[in-house]
Design a protein around this ligand. Structure first.
Ligand SMILES: Nc1ncnc2c1ncn2[C@@H]1O[C@H](COP(=O)(O)OP(=O)(O)OP(=O)(O)O)[C@@H](O)[C@H]1O
Ligand SMILES: [Mg+2]
Length: 256
């Protein structure tokens, strides 16, 4: 099992110990080793007050199956803008975004929405849970929205909540849960419909270092059990240590 441990001689730094990556899958489509996502020559600019603001200026990146990839860069450097493009919520002004066999830069809003509902899960800094629904109902709602047959809901909701360690908190509402627990409900919600890619925008930013470490441990565990690739943004150097790959954004491009 993967686990967190405290590094010798450092009181703060958390590191992550894991088994060698295994590329096994119950789903044949997830066994493909070619990139899950390719971003090439991507530019994105916005018109603000009659002026053009160039945010992304030629992004090249790749997400391989079962990788944990992190994006870092100063505030305003364009990380969220890029996550929105990767998730098909927005389109580039120039360049290509290929997700599996889909050309996101050429597809319509409706086409991207269909792919997103099936293949991508989102996690946000502020959890984005429905406040009046219990953890169970929040995850169930995700399955309903993804069009999963009702007969599958019960087993899947239970499985996902147990996977994130909330077996004993299934009927709590968000205000009855800690920040870390709420983020774990958000993770269960994001993986419920069995996406191949999770996009997480600063998922640990509102948590203390111990809770942040727990979230990263849950990420590592769901990558294996659910065969998921994760792309996330973070400012936290201790979290960056557990990435398979880190992309650093400077002036609208990645520096190596
Ligand atoms: N829809 C928009 N219209 C105009 N400007 C935008 C839009 N979306 C983003 N921007 C601008 O693009 C730049 C990058 O924003 P983005 O949110 O991607 O940064 P970020 O790297 O995620 O920052 P943070 O670390 O603070 O979350 C900012 O200057 C922002 O004001
Ligand atoms: Mg952002």
């Amino acid at each position: 099992m993967a686990r967190w441990f405290r590094k010798k001689n450092t009181s703060e730094a958390l590191a992550f110990e894991e088994e060698p990556a295994v590329e096994v899958s119950s789903s044949p489509s997830r066994q493909i080793k070619s990139p899950l996502l390719t971003v090439s020559g991507v530019h994105r600019s916005f018109q603000v007050g009659g002026q053009r603001l160039d945010v992304l200026k030629g992004i090249e990146m790749e997400l391989k199956p079962l990788q944990l990839v992190m994006l870092k860069g100063r505030s305003g450097s364009g990380k969220t803008t890029l996550l929105n493009l990767i998730g098909g919520l927005d389109q580039p002004n120039e360049g290509e975004i290929r997700f599996q066999e889909h050309a996101f830069h050429l597809s319509s809003d409706d086409e991207r929405t269909l792919i997103r509902r099936k293949e991508i899960g989102f996690i946000f800094q502020s959890y984005a849970l429905m406040p009046l629904l219990s953890a169970w109902e929040n995850v169930e709602l995700a399955l309903r929205m993804a069009g999963i047959p009702r007969s599958e809901w019960k087993a899947r909701v239970k499985h996902c909540l147990e996977l994130v360690g909330l077996g004993k908190r299934m009927h709590h509402r968000p205000f009855e849960l800690s920040g870390g627990e709420q983020q774990r409900v958000a993770i269960a919600k994001a993986i419920a419909h069995r996406p191949s890619l999770i996009l997480a925008d600063e998922p640990t930013a509102e948590l203390d270092s111990q809770m942040g470490a727990q979230i990263m441990s849950v990420f590592r565990s769901i990558m294996k059990t659910e065969q998921i690739t994760i792309c996330m943004t973070t400012h936290d150097p201790t979290i960056l240590e557990v990435a398979d790959h880190v992309y650093e954004m400077v002036d609208g491009k990645f520096v190596s």
